[in-house]
Every structure is written in structure tokens, then in C-alpha cells.
Design a binder for this molecule. Structure first.
Ligand SMILES: *[C@@H]1O[C@H](CO)[C@@H](O)[C@H](O)[C@H]1NC(C)=O
Ligand SMILES: *[C@@H]1O[C@H](CO)[C@@H](O)[C@H](O)[C@H]1NC(C)=O
Length: 179
């Protein structure tokens, strides 16, 4: 009996260690914002002519980092409890997302505009790489948004849905530009 109850204690300790808190989700979402800014800065810094392969590959790395940040946020939202998040935490999360939304929109617009600069690189595969990056980034961002929407208090859902719609539109345009 004693042995059994210590197993129960152990099991609950393990599950406490594995499950995320809303504070983790807030930290993850701040990190998404940081990675969005990194990507936007790199995309803007890429010149319209004479860009380097190294700089193009750095943009690819920034996209992968941003995807990982979205995926980490998704994992933590799924395991976080209790849900829905409180009004205060939900508002904090929505504010962070509203803060990075225009920066992500800008990054994608700049990537659309700079397709000719990537096509002009001496190695031909970069536009294809960026297209795949955009497809994967859309999937990671979309999954994060869906999990966030499912975890917010009801009165914040419409604002989060609106952000998802805006981002969805720019992803359609960006992926179409790289077809
Ligand atoms: C932020 O995300 C990047 C890319 O996934 C990761 O390498 C880094 O460890 C994260 N930083 C924090 C503070 O979570
Ligand atoms: C973005 O991802 C979502 C979810 O996977 C998908 O429904 C949508 O069609 C994707 N958008 C594009 C332009 O591929």
C-alpha cells in the first residue's frame, strides 16, 4: 500500500514536470515574437540585387527557428492547464500576438517582393527552399493559432480568429507568389 501510494506520488510529480503552465505559454509566445522580428529583419536586409547565398540561407534558418518557436508554443498550450486561460493571461497572450502580427505580415510581404532577388542567386534552389519554408511555416503558425483560439476565454476568441484570418490571407499570397 505504501509502495503503491509512492508510485502515485511519483506519477503525479512526473506529470507536473511534463505539463506546461500558462507562464510557459506566455514565454513561448514572446519568443515567437522575437523570432518573427529576426525573420523580418533578415528579409528586409536582403538586397534587391547582389544578395549572397549566406544571407539567403540565414533567412531559411530564421524561418526554421520561427517554426520551432510556434511548435513549442503549440505543445505547451496543449499540455497547459487549467484551460481556458484566465482573462488576464488570455489578454496578455493576445497582446503579444497582436504585436507580432504586423511584423510577420511585413516579413511575408518582403519575401514576396524579393523573389526576383532570390531567383538571381548563382544557385538555383533558393526560391524552392523558400516556398517549402512558407508552406511549413503556415502549417506551424496555423496549428498554434488553432490551439490558442481553443484555449482563450470566449470573449477573446473573435480577436484571435481575426488575426488567424489575416495571416491566412498573406500566407495564401506568399505561397502563390512562389509557385
Ligand atoms: C526561442 O526559440 C528558438 C528557436 O526555436 C530557440 O532556439 C530558443 O531556445 C528559444 N528561446 C527561449 C528563451 O525559449
Ligand atoms: C495553411 O495551413 C492550413 C492548415 O494546415 C491549411 O488549411 C491552408 O490551406 C494552408 N495555406 C496555404 C496557402 O497552403
Amino acid at each position: 500500500m505504501k509502495f503503491r501510494s509512492s508510485l502515485v506520488v511519483l506519477a503525479s510529480l512526473v506529470s507536473a514536470a511534463l505539463s506546461a503552465t500558462v507562464a510557459d505559454v506566455i514565454a513561448d509566445t514572446r519568443n515567437i515574437s522575437t523570432q518573427v522580428t529576426n525573420l523580418d529583419n533578415a528579409a528586409n536586409a536582403f538586397p534587391n540585387t547582389g544578395g549572397s547565398l549566406v544571407a539567403a540561407l540565414a533567412i531559411h534558418t530564421d524561418v526554421m527557428n520561427l517554426r520551432s518557436a510556434f511548435d513549442k508554443g503549440t505543445t505547451d498550450i496543449i499540455s497547459a492547464s487549467p484551460k481556458p486561460f484566465s482573462e488576464a493571461d488570455g489578454t496578455t497572450l493576445l497582446d503579444i500576438v497582436e504585436g507580432f502580427e504586423p511584423i510577420l505580415l511585413d516579413a511575408l510581404k518582403v519575401l514576396i517582393a524579393k523573389k526576383p532577388a532570390f531567383q538571381a542567386l548563382p544557385i538555383s534552389g533558393i526560391p524552392t527552399l523558400i516556398k517549402q519554408d512558407l508552406i511549413n511555416l503556415n502549417a506551424s503558425a496555423n496549428t498554434f493559432e488553432n490551439q490558442l483560439i481553443a484555449s482563450l476565454p470566449p470573449d477573446l476568441v473573435a480577436a484571435a480568429e481575426a488575426i488567424k484570418t489575416d495571416l491566412g490571407t498573406i500566407f495564401v499570397n506568399a505561397i502563390a507568389a512562389y509557385q
